[in-house]
Design a protein around this ligand. Structure first.
Ligand code: 2BA
Length: 107
């Protein structure tokens, strides 16, 4: 058995956990915080059979892949005026750890 820890943005976590659950994986969601940005992210815990790890990673990748989004940004000018313009930002992606499980017990 393996334990998958998948860290991703809060925005992607709902669709990833729904897709995993639909695919019969058992999922636990943790509200976590990145050490570098100190912003909230989500860590999913998935315990699964060895032969299903690749499928779980495939599903996570499908719903959290890196993509570019256009968001509004504002610039201020010294004359007290503001202008709004679109900027492209990269969002999504996941950091995944796969660990061996020594023992799995449900009481
Ligand atoms: P990512 O590398 O995609 O990492 C996203 C989040 O995944 C991290 O959030 C952290 O919560 C987790 N994570 C990534 N690698 C990990 C590891 N080896 N062990 C445990 N957790 C891990 P943040 O720490 O807030 O980092 C956000 C983004 O800032 C990172 O995106 C990376 O692009 C950048 N970053 C992180 N540490 C950096 C550093 N020391 N110098 C420069 N950039 C850094």
């Amino acid at each position: 058995m393996k334990l998958i820890l998948a860290i991703m943005s809060n925005d992607d976590s709902h669709s990833v956990s729904s897709a995993l659950t639909k695919d019969n994986f058992q999922v636990t969601r943790l509200a976590t915080t990145g050490g570098f940005l100190r912003a909230g992210n989500t860590t999913l815990i998935v315990g699964t059979d060895n032969d299903k790890v690749d499928r779980a990673i495939e599903v996570i990748g499908e719903y959290s892949r890196k993509r570019t989004e256009v968001v509004p940004s504002t610039a201020s000018y010294d004359i007290g005026r503001f202008a709004s313009f679109p900027v492209e930002v990269q969002v999504g992606g996941a950091t995944i750890f796969v660990l061996d499980v020594e023992q799995f017990v449900k009481l």
